[in-house]
Every structure is written in C-alpha cells, then in structure tokens.
Design a protein around this ligand. Structure first.
Ligand SMILES: NC(=O)c1ccc[n+]([C@@H]2O[C@H](COP(=O)([O-])OP(=O)(O)OC[C@H]3O[C@@H](n4cnc5c(N)ncnc54)[C@H](O)[C@@H]3O)[C@@H](O)[C@H]2O)c1
Length: 312
C-alpha cells in the first residue's frame, strides 16, 4: 500500500487555512500547517476545524497544526504563504523588506527539515520571494518555484467568461511576466474552445478586461481590506497536485529562466510543465512584438526587486 503523501504549509493565515482545506478535501495527503509560535493556536485551531469537517464529509486526511519545523520532515511539497499581505493602497513591492526576512528564515527551516521537498512560494512580491527562497535553500531551481500566473490567468478567464456569457471551462488564458502591474496577459494565446478571443470580443473591451486582470488583486484588496485567499489557494493546490500526481500540467509559474524568452538567470512567470520532477520544462512560445516588449519590462522590474533584496 502506498503511504500517504505529506504536504507542509508554512503560514497558517488566510491562504494557509484555505490550502489546508483544499488539499485535505482533494485527499492529496496529510497536511502540516505551520505558523510562528505566537500563532500556533490559529494553526492548531484551523487544523481541528477542518478535520471535524472531514469527519462529516467522510474524507481521510490528517491535519496537524504546529510551530515546530521538525513536523514538516518528509513532506514532498511545501507551500509557503508566510509573510504579510497587502492592505488597501499598498503595492506588492511595499511588502518586500518585511517578507524577505520572513522568507529567509522559513527557507532555513525547510532546508534543515525537508531538504528533498519541492517548494512553492506564494508570499509577495512573489518573483523576488521565490528567488530569495532558492538562494537561501540552495535547492535546484527545478524544486523551487512560485505561484502567480495560475491565479492571474484564472482572473483573466473569469472576466472573459463574464463578458462572453460562456462557461470559464471553455476559456484558456495565459498570463506571463511578473506578478504586478507589469504582468503580461497574452491575448494572442487566449482562446474559447480553440477560437481566438480576438474574434469574439472587440479590441476596446478586451483592453479593459486585460486592465481589470492586471488590477485583479488590488480590486479585491480594496473590497475586503486584505488580499484574496480562496483563488490563490486553489492556484497553489493546482501546482502542488501536478507535482504529487505527476499530472504534467502546463501552467504559468514563476520559474527560473536560463535563456528562455531572452531572459537569463531570473525568476519570472513563464509556461511550465509541472510534474513529479517539479519544473520539468519551461515552454517557449512565440510572442508578438508588443508582448516581447512587455515581457522585457516585466523582467526589468523583477531584476530591480532582486537587486533591492540583495541590499537588505
Ligand atoms: N502569489 C500570489 O498570487 C498571491 C496572491 C495573494 C496573496 N499573496 C501573498 O501571500 C501571503 C500570505 O497571504 P495571506 O492572506 O495568507 O496572509 P495572512 O496574514 O492571512 O497569513 C500569513 C501568515 O504568515 C504567518 N507568518 C509570518 N511570519 C512567519 C514565519 N516566519 N513563519 C511562519 N509563518 C509566518 C503569519 O503569522 C500569518 O498567519 C502575502 O504575502 C500575500 O501578499 C500572494
């Protein structure tokens, strides 16, 4: 009998709790929900609450709330949401200084206790945080990557579905670049059951949808006073499941480019085949001139963040 897999979640806040709930409900494995000692009650409480729901729903998964890194030993996948989220009026960049310190300390805990794990970083600004995680753990880039494009594409998909009044299932959308105002929703690769979206939506409407997608996170921060957490957790689980079940999904992820898209030695959102080997392949697609320009600007932005991180 195959042993149950183990998924460790570092950060038991809004996204962490939601991740635990989805991972368990999908029976991906047992879950460890870790937070700082001051918040261990929250981690333990969420673990109990979800486990009691699982009992009602006839689902087999254990969830452990803890602040002890020894408990993440043996985890195949670690998803990191530790850090602070945005408040209204803040940009993701404003989180850099505080979250960088947190990510470096989390990296030490992962390196010491789950040295063979795949690490998916969600904390913002995610492109720079993934870079910091990889540098601090020293893990190969195939095992350390970030979540952004899956969420941004889902937002794009949802807004397109609303406009067209069709099921979002029919819509395939791709968002590349950094996770911020300079992200690159690639309209040229956006289709509705194979039909280019440009044939279905007028250019001005499409532009408005692209802009709403770019500001999609901020729209929710403005409404709720804190970051989105349901869709971000779904996106994180899609990536984790693709590793754990070797699904080989093609997902936009924050992965380290080494020449792809003319970008060298830099983490940025690109299409990735995600499987049991983690980042198994970065897929290069042809971009039009405008998309190339946007991708280069996006890469400059990430480089800036990483240079700022190096000074901290
Ligand atoms: N990549 C994306 O697409 C995306 C989307 C939404 C939110 N985010 C980011 O994800 C992060 C988490 O968001 P949230 O809404 O869950 O925030 P939250 O405040 O609800 O939860 C964060 C948790 O991290 C914990 N934490 C802080 N320092 C820690 C440490 N050293 N070790 C372990 N845990 C620690 C906090 O105690 C808190 O419980 C934020 O940085 C947010 O900006 C990213």
């Amino acid at each position: 009998m195959a042993k149950r897999k183990k998924i460790a979640l570092v950060g038991a806040g809004n996204i962490g709790g939601e991740l635990a709930s989805i991972a368990a409900r999908k029976e991906l494995g047992d879950v460890v929900l870790l937070d700082i000692p001051d918040k261990v009650g929250v981690a333990k409480g969420k673990a109990l609450d979800i486990c009691q729901a699982l009992a009602l729903e006839n689902i087999d998964a254990n969830i452990l709330g803890t602040s002890d890194y020894a408990d993440i030993a043996g985890a195949e996948v670690v998803i990191v949401t530790a850090g602070v989220p945005r408040k209204p009026g803040m940009s993701r960049d404003d989180l850099l200084t505080i979250n960088l310190k947190i990510i470096r300390s989390v990296a030490a805990g992962i390196k010491a206790n789950a040295p063979d794990a795949f690490v998916i970083v969600i904390s913002n600004p995610v492109d720079a945080m993934v870079d910091a995680m990889q540098k601090a753990t020293g893990f190969p880039a195939s095992r350390v990557f970030g979540m952004a494009g899956v969420l941004d594409a889902a937002r794009f998909q949802h807004f397109l579905a609303l406009e067209l009044n069709v099921s979002p299932k029919e819509i395939s959308a791709l968002v590349l670049g950094n996770h911020g105002d300079l992200m690159v929703p690639t309209v040229s690769y956006c289709t509705v059951n194979g039909i280019p979206v440009t044939q279905l939506i007028a250019a001005d409407k499409l532009d408005a949808i692209v802009e709403r997608t770019k500001a999609g996170g901020g729209e929710i921060v403005g409404l709720m006073g804190t970051s989105a957490y349901v869709a971000p957790a779904s996106a994180g689980i899609a990536m984790a499941a693709s590793i754990l079940l070797d699904q080989k999904r093609l997902l936009p992820c924050v992965a380290k480019c080494n020449g792809e898209y003319g970008i060298n030695d830099l983490y940025i959102g690109v299409p990735v085949v995600v499987g049991a080997g983690g980042v198994e392949k970065i897929v290069e697609v042809t971009l039009n001139d405008n998309e190339k320009k946007l991708m280069a600007a996006s890469a400059d932005k990430v480089r800036e963040q990483i240079e700022a991180s190096a000074r901290l």
